[in-house]
Design a binder for this molecule. Sequence first.
Ligand code: BGC
Length: 720
Amino acid sequence: MITNSNWISSPVDIGEVCPIFSKDIKVSKQIKKAELTISATGVYEAIINDKRAGNFILAPGLTSYKTRLQYQTYDVTDMLEDENVLSICLGKGWYRGRISANDKEINRTDGAVIAELVITYTDGSTESVITDNSWSVSTSRILFSDIYDGETYDASAETKELGNAVINNSISKLTLIPQEGEIVKEQEKIKPVSMFITPKGERVIDFGQNIAGYVSIDLTANKGDKIVISHAEVLDSDGNFYNENYRSAKSRLEYICRGGRQVYKPHFTYFGFRYIRLDECPENVSLDNFTAIAIYSDMKRTGYIETGSKKVNKLFENTLWSQKDNFIDIPTDCPQRDERMGWLGDAQVFAKTAIYNYNTKKFFSKWLGDLRAEQRENGSVPDTVPNFWLLSRSSTAWGDAMTVIPWQLYLMYGDKKDLEVNFDAMKRWVDFMTNDSLDKYLWTCADDSDKMWRKHYGDWLALDAPSGSYRGITPDNFIASAFYAYSTDILIKAGKVIGKGMSEYEELHRNIVSTFKKTFTEYSTQTECVLALYFNLTDDKAKTAKQLNDMIVSNGNKLKTGFVGTPYLLYALSENGYAQTAYSLLLQEGYPSWLYEVNHGATTVWEHWDGIRDDGTFWSTDMNSYNHYAYGSVVDWLYSAAGGIKPVEQNSGFKEAVIAPVPDKRLGSINVSLDTAYGTIKSAWHYEGDKVCYEITTPVKATIIINGEEHLVVSGTYYF
Ligand code: BGC
């Protein structure tokens, strides 16, 4: 808790240089416990006697700062000596960096920290050290730092005393909340695989894996030597370093050496990269001098998949990486360009996969707190959270994160609290759609399809888009009305779980479904068929499924769907008699397909099906990330359809399970396992000739469905 402390700032404006706030602390009695609580309008690192307190990278994390700013409490009992120096270095981070520059509602003027050290002595007495104007302020060697643009560090610089800190009353203490999410930590440390000179004559290092994080440099150099590094995800078709897709994000690291051996890694920024270019560097550096460090929220891995196809296994691995790289305190669209925003649509489509892969309960619960905080009076939610760009729209399929994610959390973790805390916001989202529509029982708006930036994002990046557009041709009113039905259905189910009377919404849902069926009688796109099937909006599933199947088969077993249709495409097929076609899409290697990316050397999931074309050229520079998890949503189909491990709505959190694998000879085999609160569920099958052999292990009561035959079983391992 922060009770008596003050926000403090530097007494003088030092521009881009990061300040250090310090306090000498004397301890004269024996300590029983010491706890240090800190927050900042920016990002901070706290040091006690040359040792870092905690290991949270980019603390205090990313929240909707207008109303929510986390503080962290560290146990520092073992760090204190008789005489101590506590210092806190402050960077701009998200709070005052370029990423939030548009958001005038954030008090971005002064960088400030707030801290409180509470020492409890063995004699029972306590003492508090609070931030106030007795703290001193100096410059640090971090001359510049920004989430998008990188960091400049001068190890040879002298630091300068600036005088005493000033108390800053312009920053509220009312927004402070205790740490809610998982902390962001340094995770994998990756050694480079090669260093080479490109055709343009540039020196480039390849780490072999696209990550989010930074490079650590360990070298012996002369004072004043300079290392300047640029970051990139891919090389161009000539093998040259290419990072035009970062748009305005400079993603540049500059380090000025002091003499002797030195180790440096950035403090207050991160990059999305696989390659680095050494723009300036002492001649004698080698691979040994560089290590890439991945940073991401500290989630526990829960899901594992291995199939008979090396390429599908690589796709799975790439999806895990895109999740890690984009789960840096909030779910972001991408970790490299001048965006890195909590886009709701991306999170909505990927949440199910994310929740199978890792335990994301804490991670999503915190972000849902921000989502609720950003919900507007009328129930609409902004398309990104935090809403740094002050977007005023509220798009279908993006806003539905408000219903879909709490429901997925409940299904997979079985905690009613996830529904209780979000129910009101879920209801307001559904009510917003009701009130916002031109037509009753649909969610429609005037045709603004000629506008580039209109109300909805539509079937974003679908391949049936007219040339020059990002949106597929599936009409917005179709998608919006389908999601209106879907979210209302989720709301009803959620309300029933927590004992709310839902009859009014049940009637609403019946009306939406019947109006939808009357209005949208024919389908002309893959995504229309997918939504009609997956959201139960068609009376004739067999006919719609056949239509979808025909569309795909006649297109050479290729998809045309974007962000909206793709996540449910394989389900719409496999749940309606066309599992073979679902597998044909999964195993498709030509453009566009998941394995096309794998064949083109992807180590993460691409934003665009044609991020790199067959001839080696790129999609445009303005919207071309190689680390966008949205299409990785295919992985939940591998867990819950191919491997068949599904939660049971009435007994959620895997207190009970359904295991209904869908095999295919072309995949050869699959081995899926999921760690749940009740133990590990495993589902494996492989082919012996034309015979499928299943091995299924369940720690709980389960319904195993093989070839349409149901077997009710207790915990154990079963062979079929
Ligand atoms: C993001 C997407 C996002 C979209 C909204 C893009 O710039 O990278 O992933 O959902 O905007 O249309």
